[in-house]
Every structure is written in structure tokens, then in C-alpha cells.
Ligand binder design. Sequence first.
Ligand SMILES: *[C@@H]1O[C@H](CO)[C@@H](O)[C@H](O)[C@H]1NC(C)=O
Ligand SMILES: CC(=O)N[C@H]1CO[C@H](CO)[C@@H](O)[C@@H]1O
Length: 266
Amino acid sequence: MEISAFFATLLLPLSNVDASSVRCNLRGTIRSPAFSMDGDFVIGGVFSIHYNMYTEIQSHDTIPEPPKCMGSIHARNLRFSRAMIFAIEEINNSTELLPGIKLGYQIHDSCAVVPVAMQAAFQLTNGQDNVFYKDKNCSHSGMMAGVVGESGSTPSISISRIIGSFDIPQVSHFSTCACLSDKKQFPNFFRTIPSDAFQAVALAKLVKHFGWTWIGAICSDSDYGNNGMASFLQAAEKEGICVEFSEAFHRTQTHKIKMVADVIRR
Ligand SMILES: *[C@@H]1O[C@H](CO)[C@@H](O)[C@H](O)[C@H]1NC(C)=O
Ligand SMILES: CC(=O)N[C@H]1CO[C@H](CO)[C@@H](O)[C@@H]1O
């Protein structure tokens, strides 16, 4: 299911240019931002405001609808997005910070899934114009001054792969995967939260402090979890801690939870 949504996302924002014309048509449907305000410079935002994406079984005889977010609201991520709006308003209201310049924002809900985060990233890069003329506003229609987000490391990686090609800077408030420090792969990525390289060492020291020499470790099956686990296992070995098992499951793989519980019991 994620795969067909992913292909749809890839096709949507590509412009349809034929050789004799410079008119570009946006393919597919525009995704409206959760919050937006115009400005001289617009900053994009991508937050996991909802927990889940509505998955539709595709019949392949109609154009797929853009993926929709559903389920409960992630209150903390909603607060993060409101904090971004607050900060932009404060900058606009201030006579000392960026005087005479109005910042705008376009904040998208990614529902914590990669296909929606990618569609948001494409749209922030392309803009929302259904039709544009290649020689006129093509390169300016959606150019963002920068993008704030995502929360999760995996969606942050997907966003960076898209907007990084256009040198649009990305600042994440919550993605801690040590992998994102690789400047060759993610030259446009910055963050306001420390890398997991520190968390792994601290966790191993904590385990040692309590005298636990024989442990099991469980992580989420994501870039955050798997890279974090790899760093933790290294740090634990250095501290002389014996790790009996390490298991991973993603929050949507409920069937795997029983398997992990069985491993713990054994
Ligand atoms: C900015 O100014 C507007 C209008 O005066 C006000 O409603 C808003 O609360 C202010 N925002 C901040 C973050 O100070
Ligand atoms: C420079 C500028 O346009 N500042 C505006 C920022 O936004 C506030 C309202 O939120 C306006 O009052 C300012 O004029």
C-alpha cells in the first residue's frame, strides 16, 4: 500500500512540459497546508500532527486520491507547529528582528509517514500553482527559504533527499538519528536536538551504573531505532555489558509485538 502511494507522490508534482510549449501543468491534486500565511519569504514546516495515514485499496482504474491523514492528533507535534507559528509572528512583530520583512509559513501534516512527508517536500519545492509558465515564474513559484521538520528521522531523511537537491536548508527539532550528521549525504540538514551518538553512550553508562551486566534491547524498526541500536550495542560492548538479544518492531507492526514478548520470556 505504501508503495502505490509512493509512486503517486512521485508523479504528482512533476511538470508536464512538451517541447513546443513552456506551459507547465501540475499533475495530480494539491495538498493544502495545515497552516499557512503569505510573506516576503516563506518557511516550510512538516510535522506529524496526526498519527496515521488513511490507506485506500487502489483499483488501478482511477487516479489515486492524495493520501489523507487520520486518527488521533499528536498533541506534542501540534504544539511544535504552533510554536513555529508563534516564533514567526514574534519575528514579524519585532522592530529589531528582520525589520521591514514579513516572514510567511506553510506547515504540512505528514501523519508520520514517508509518502506524505515526501509529497509535502515536493510541494514545498514546486509551489501550489496548478499552471505556470516555465520562462516566467517556474523557478520561483514554490521556493522556500527553509524547511522546519520533520519529527521522525525516517521522514526527515526522505525530505532531505528531495529538498537537499535544491539547496533548501532543513532544520529538524526532533530527528536524532546519528546518520543525519553525515554531511555528504545530508548537506542541507541541521538540527536543534543532539545526535543519538550521545544518547547511546549515555544509555550504556546508565546500564553500567545500575550494575546490569546481562540485558536485552528493543528498538523501533526505523532509521531512528536501528541506527540508535547499532550505536548502543557498540557503546554497551565498550562498557563490558553482555547483550543477550536485540529486537526491532515498527509501531504499525502489532503482530510482531507478541514475537518480541516471546523472545523476552525465553
Ligand atoms: C503579533 O502581533 C499581533 C497583532 O498585534 C498579535 O495579535 C500577536 O499576538 C502578536 N504575536 C506575537 C507572537 O507576539
Ligand atoms: C514587516 C511586517 O509586515 N510585519 C508584520 C508581521 O505580522 C504582524 C501581524 O502578525 C503585522 O502586524 C506586521 O505588520
